[in-house]
Design a protein around this ligand. Structure first.
Ligand code: RRO
Length: 314
């Protein structure tokens, strides 16, 4: 089950999607059992920006049919707050996790210009607790950031410009809110990314319940969860066909079957996101099931009866 990813040795192919698992809160809630059975083979931090951000006004969440809409808006302590407070705490905790090989930390960063991103990468370069960086060019909840990731030409220019600021592996997290995700994947690779990850959430809106004002404080939000799983599969497959660097696939993964589907279309790693809110141990459950998944014929246990069964069509 162990996997080599951008020079990192991982115990298995399951990691977390950025922003979907608060490690410090989970430690307070689950303590020793979290350290005993850590759900992920690598830990990805929530997105960090240069300056502190308060995030979007509430409400920030809406339960969609088969999914979750978020308009969190990147609340974080900013680079200095992260380096001084969260990074030491996260790294101390990861050091106490009983896992072999140890669980590396991937820090997720976002900036609205190449100069800002370069500053973030410079800081990550200097901290040995950080094994790799994921560059978020795909948050649907802020005006900046999305455009860089949606336009392959701009994306390649930015990745190429910031690349020299980091000798560690650089993963570029792509947006699904673009015309041609495979072109963006290739642009990230050509700019110098060591890996790509996808998909982030799909831009969506919750109704205002009779009011023209939408429910979420930020207006629109990002859709995640089972609803986006087929979109993720299509986009991961398209991206993996176009690039030669490793791909981290995510989007609605709830079971080993869903993880295996992404691995089958070319992902090297799979990230679990929304499912961890429902079941914080989902990562270890999926990794465990995945280790035996090869014994199950691909179509032996369909996870959905399918339209023909539901409609009683033969
Ligand atoms: O914080 C957020 O609102 C957020 C981020 Br940074 C992201 O990358 N994806 C998302 O759905 N929400």
């Amino acid at each position: 089950m162990s996997v080599s990813f951008c020079g990192l040795q991982l115990a298995h192919p399951v990691i977390n999607a950025s922003g979907t698992f608060d490690l410090l809160a989970a430690n307070t809630a689950f303590g020793e059992s979290l350290r005993e059975r850590f759900p992920f083979a690598a830990f990805v931090s929530k997105t960090i920006t240069l300056e502190p951000r308060k995030g979007n006004p509430p409400p920030r969440l809406w339960e969609a049919p088969a999914g979750l809409l978020n308009s969190i808006g990147l609340p974080n302590k900013g680079l200095q707050g992260y380096l001084a407070n969260d990074l030491p705490a996260i790294s101390e905790l990861l050091g106490k996790v009983r896992a072999q090989p140890p669980v590396p930390l991937i820090t997720n960063v976002m900036g609205s210009t190449a100069a800002e991103i370069a500053q973030l990468l410079n800081a990550c370069e200097q901290r040995e607790e950080i094994s790799a960086v994921e560059l978020n060019v795909s948050c649907p909840n802020v005006k900046t950031g999305l455009d860089i990731g949606a336009d392959p030409v701009q994306l390649e220019v930015v990745v190429r410009e910031v690349r020299p600021h980091l000798s560690k592996p650089l993963i570029v997290k792509l947006t699904p809110n673009t015309a041609d995700v495979a072109a963006c994947a290739l642009a990230a690779q050509e700019g110098g990314a060591d890996a790509i990850s996808l998909i982030n959430t799909l831009r969506a809106m919750a109704p205002g319940g009779g009011s023209p004002k939408p429910w979420l404080g930020g207006g629109t939000g990002g859709l995640s969860g089972p609803a986006i799983r087929p979109v993720a599969l299509a986009q991961v497959a398209a991206a993996a066909r176009r690039v030669s660097i490793p791909v981290v696939g995510m989007g609605g993964v709830q079971s080993a079957k869903h993880a295996q589907d992404l691995l089958d279309v070319g992902a090297t790693l799979v990230a679990v996101g929304t499912e961890s809110f429902r079941d914080p141990s989902a990562g270890s459950r999926i990794a465990h099931e995945l280790s035996g998944a090869a014994e199950t014929p691909a179509n032996a246990t369909p996870d959905h009866p399918g339209a023909s069964t539901l409609l009683n069509l033969k």
